[in-house]
Design a protein around this ligand. Structure first.
Ligand code: SF4
Length: 364
């Protein structure tokens, strides 16, 4: 209920949305002050949990040999967003107005190790799904970009602070993963040095990301251009991507898709690589259909043998074959109050790609 009273967060360029994975079209909607779909109560809880995970992690570090300090320190780069409209926005953490043209942000905290080296630390809480994707090698580009912005801004306060640690916590299991990185302000490049995961496995990464903050400056400038012109950039993701299913502007974004699609060319002739790809696709589709047919026949035969033998589970060679029966819940629309089913239906983007062979003259 508290959340319902909250205003949607106003758009302004900020490190947390500077990365390349954040959908640019979504940010243009926000910059145009379009009304977002309100977050679900569960999503609000997820965000508020994130803050608690940060505090517990910070607390754990305080009990170690590291010295945590400069918690939620504000950093500024005056005038860096020179294309932004003039004017001020209110920063709740500082209780003061700051110019839209300045980068003004609050980092998580800094910490000193036993040798007195100061590093920036940012804490992120992820679901098991997100955490495991990183374990398998996915690179958290948005988080790395955010760190680079803080490191770039910290140059004005202490040019010796070049290194950062990104601590990622699995919110379901409390497993931690740590990335160590160094930012080079002269080259605007970030090097991810290494990472350690909760199993103790240490991996040298050596990934260099060039032009990391300048690339987001370009993106922010493009957003401002679209805002001022009232235009929208291309969609950055397909409608079935998880980012679109969580996007607060999803409905507005895909509402014009059918119309746009109708403007595409209908009677084109394509040549080159696509001809071979279509042939291969058809060949694979035929093989799959044949394989499915065979599989269905084998399964029916196996069931008949079990039935005839009065068996529901058996060891067969190297396999256990189980035949189970049961019931499952299925919606019976007729039992719903009149109109309830129709009222619950929503338009969702959908698509289909069909490929049919052109009949030759003698086949017609
Ligand atoms: S629905 Fe998807 S493509 Fe559209 S703005 Fe949202 S994230 Fe971007």
């Amino acid at each position: 209920m508290e959340h319902e009273a909250e205003e949607p967060k106003a758009y302004y360029p900020r490190p947390s949305s500077a990365g390349p994975e954040r959908c640019i079209r979504q940010m243009v909607y926000a910059a145009r002050n379009e009304i977002p779909k309100p977050l679900s109560g569960r999503a609000v809880e997820v965000f508020s949990d994130g803050h608690i995970h940060q505090m517990t992690t910070e607390d754990r570090l305080r009990k170690s040999a590291f010295e945590v300090h400069s918690v939620e320190m504000g950093v500024d780069i005056p005038g860096i967003f020179h294309w932004m409209p003039e004017g001020l926005r209110y920063c709740k953490a500082c209780d003061k107005d700051v110019p839209y043209r300045d980068l003004h942000a609050h980092l998580d905290f800094l910490f000193d190790d036993v040798l007195g080296v100061t590093r920036l630390c940012d804490v992120k809480g992820l679901s098991t799904y997100g955490y495991e994707a990183l374990c398998k090698g996915e690179i958290p580009l948005d988080y790395l970009t955010q760190q680079s912005w803080y490191l770039r801004a910290l140059q004005a306060y202490n040019p010796d602070i070049r290194e950062a640690v990104l601590l990622v916590k699995n919110k379901n299991t409390s497993a931690y993963m740590e990335y160590r990185m160094v930012y080079d302000p002269a080259e605007d490049s970030l090097t991810v040095i290494d990472r350690v995961i909760h199993t103790g496995e240490h991996e040298s990464v050596g990934l260099v990301i060039e032009n990391i903050t300048n690339a987001s400056l370009k993106k922010f400038a493009e957003i401002e251009k679209h805002r001022a012109a009232g235009t929208l950039p291309e969609r950055q993701y397909e409608h079935d991507h998880w980012r679109c299913s969580y996007c607060s502007f999803g409905k507005a974004c895909w509402s014009t898709w059918v119309e746009e699609h109708e403007k595409l060319i209908d009677d084109a002739v394509l040549e080159g690589e696509v001809v071979d790809i279509v042939k291969l696709e058809r060949q694979r589709a035929l093989e799959e259909a044949n394989a499915k047919n065979d599989k269905d026949q084998f399964r029916a035969g196996i069931k008949n043998i079990l039935k005839a033998a009065g068996v529901r589970q058996a060891r067969v060679g190297d396999y256990i074959v189980s035949w189970t029966v049961g019931t499952r819940k299925k919606l019976n629309e007729e039992l719903l109050p009149p109109g309830a089913y129709q009222a619950a239906l929503e338009d969702k983007p959908s698509e289909r790609l069909t490929i049919n062979r052109i009949k030759k003259e003698d086949e017609k």
